[in-house]
Write a protein that binds this ligand. Structure first.
Ligand SMILES: [Zn+2]
Length: 605
């Protein structure tokens, strides 16, 4: 993989300094199960039982569920959706390693200074600091400060979440940022200004909530009108998607909550920024909120490594929209095999109100009393349909079946169907029959659909050639012998050729470790095959030398066979007229004899 012309020396320093266990540990909880073996739930595909392996010695990871694998650079690229050079730069920065470029390469001055996402972050950080200053220190922010104080937020909380106030003067921010040497062109596309009037601030006279990425840097804003406000204004405004900010992949409060989520194996999803802040102030510091979107697959992937085996709490409003969001979130979480409980707030319309009226203990107790999603749904269905009539019962049952579908275990399904029977006084046999008939119809439809789908992507063929080279990768000492016997051209499988090339390069450059080899491999499927084979321990060192010898013999033999076949063809087609012809034929026959001897010396296939 091209390192964006970053020198091998720098890449090596990054790989040497970055602790893969600690880095991966920021995204999923890892447990030690052996001197160098760490296991956790995969942060990429979401699961309940750990099938994600990190080898601290060889410095690579592999998931036995979704087969993703690689070294720490691959991990960050995939996790943070960064390019290869951007990942190297981010890791270098984190480790405090100065970046050296390859000889003769002059990096683009902008790129050297900062990549685009980082420039945005710098802009948003500065803006957040100014907004915070306006809220805390100026008369203009007074009204906003009074509002948050009245809602019970402490000074500590305001500082922790860096709440702010966007001035009413729409032109102020543009002038301020120009003064800080941001170009008008950059500001125009920054998302902070009106598209129509590029010097008009998008947010004005609002209470501002900085939105942080998982590292705690400001990447966007949410703004709330300050009551009593003009009815025509939208109550909440959020930044749109930007290079450094994707709504679907961001959770408000996550950078503050992630350690607690991991420790407590719990998370509270709520609806608004104020809810998150109230929970945190009450010590329930594992609360987060989506940003005006429903809960997405991406959100679940962010958190499932932390809460696997724990509990997801849902704290949405009790209005129609909130009920809808709750229903969707339950199904999504259950499809990822997460346990779900519903917080049904009593005594106030939101967590902030309860905190203000009854205090932190009350809110904590309400979270403790959260009910299981199945109980919640049965209760809701009982309210929604006339369940004392056969028609009402059928409707309620059909809706509940959708929930049962999302459950991942048959035992759970069974016990939830029993609960349904008890709740609405239904006959278990009839319920099971209806449920199964429906599932079967759906399965048939699924099979049809799958049959219509064709295989995607290119396949890496795992043949004897590639298997031999993967074995060598597992026990790199063997390569020194192998390279004296074979060259890249000897391999016919393109994937094997690719791997041989990488092995040879790393060997020559004396960066001959698995993590470097994985880093050089630009074929994701090939990397997955390597990390999978090595993680599963199929290549024990003592066997590798045998596998290597077999591979060498096989390849040589195939090569000789091909030569011999060509020769035979020529001999058969040879017509002898002159003595010269006869001499040449004799030479060909001698050549064949020599090949036969060589084939024999290699032994049987
Ligand atoms: Zn996985």
């Amino acid at each position: 993989m091209a390192g964006g012309f970053i020198s091998n020396e720098t890449i090596d320093a990054i790989l040497n300094t970055t602790d893969i266990v600690a880095t991966v540990g920021e995204y999923t909880k890892l447990e030690r199960r052996g001197a160098n073996d760490w296991w956790g739930c995969c942060p990429f595909h979401g699961e309940k039982t750990a099938s994600f392996h990190v080898d601290a010695d060889k410095k690579f990871y592999h998931c036995f569920g979704c087969h993703k694998g690689g070294n720490v650079v691959n991990f960050i690229m995939e996790m943070e959706k960064l390019s290869y050079p951007d990942t190297l730069e981010a890791l270098a920065k984190k480790a405090g390693i100065p970046i050296k470029y390859q000889d003769g390469y002059k990096p683009d001055p902008n790129r050297q200074k900062n990549n685009e996402a980082e420039q945005y972050i710098e802009l948003y950080e500065r803006t957040a600091s100014m907004f915070h200053y306006f809220l805390m220190e100026t008369p203009q922010g007074q009204k906003a400060l009074e509002y948050v104080t009245k809602r019970g937020l402490t000074k500590e909380t305001l500082e922790k979440f860096r709440l702010g106030y966007a001035p009413a003067d729409r032109k102020w921010l543009h002038k301020f940022l120009l003064g800080k040497n941001f170009s008008p062109e950059f500001l125009a596309k920054s998302g902070l200004f009106s598209q129509k009037y590029p010097d008009y601030s998008f947010f004005s006279d609002r209470l501002m909530f900085p939105i942080f990425n998982r590292r705690g840097q400001v990447v966007a804003f949410g703004g709330r009108v300050i009551p009593p406000a003009d009815e025509s204004q939208r109550k909440y405004l959020n930044s749109g998607d930007l290079p450094q900010f994707k709504k679907r992949e961001t959770l408000f409060g996550f950078s503050f909550a992630k350690n607690s989520i991991r420790e407590k194996k719990s998370i509270i999803f709520c609806e608004g920024n104020m809810d998150v802040i109230a929970y945190h102030q009450c010590g329930l510091d594992y609360a987060v909120a989506t940003l005006g979107t429903a809960l997405t697959e991406e959100h679940i992937k962010m958190i499932s490594g932390f809460v696997a085996g724990g509990t997801v709490y849902l704290s949405f409003d009790s209005d129609g929209a909130g009920e809808n969001a709750t229903w969707k979130a339950i199904k999504l979480c259950r499809e990822h095999d997460l346990t779900v409980k519903i917080i049904r707030l009593k005594g106030g319309k939101d967590p902030a109100e309860i905190m203000l009226k009854f205090g932190a203990e009350n809110l904590t107790a309400q979270v403790k009393n959260a009910i299981l999603d199945s109980d919640y749904l049965l209760f809701r269905l009982g309210e929604k349909y006339p369940v004392d009539t056969p028609e009402g019962k059928t409707k309620a049952a059909l809706e509940y079946f959708q929930y049962v579908d999302s459950l991942q275990s048959d035992i759970q399904k069974e016990s939830c169907l029993e609960q349904l029977c008890q709740a609405f006084n239904l006959k278990p046999e009839a319920v099971k029959r209806d449920f199964n008939n429906r599932s079967q119809a759906r399965e048939r439809a699924n099979i049809r659909q799958n049959n219509n789908q064709t295989e995607e992507g290119t396949q890496v063929k795992l043949d004897a050639e590639l298997r031999g080279l993967i074995a060598v990768t597992a026990d790199l000492n063997q390569f020194e012998v192998l390279r004296t016997k074979l060259t890249e051209q000897d391999f016919t499988n393109p994937a094997a050729r690719k791997l041989y090339k990488v092995l040879e390069e790393c060997f020559v450059e004396k960066i001959f470790t698995i993590r470097d080899i994985l880093g050089r491999c630009d074929d994701e499927k090939l990397v997955q095959l390597i990390t999978g084979s090595i993680s599963s321990g199929v290549y024990q060192s003592e066997k590798v030398s045998v596998i290597v010898q077999d591979t060498v013999n096989l390849i040589k033999r195939n090569k000789l066979d091909a030569q011999r076949n060509k020769l035979l063809q020529r001999i058969r087609e040879y017509t002898v007229v002159t003595q010269e012809d006869q001499n040449q034929l004799n030479a060909l026959l001698a050549e064949k004899l020599e090949l036969d001897k060589q084939v024999q010396s290699l032994g049987k296939k």
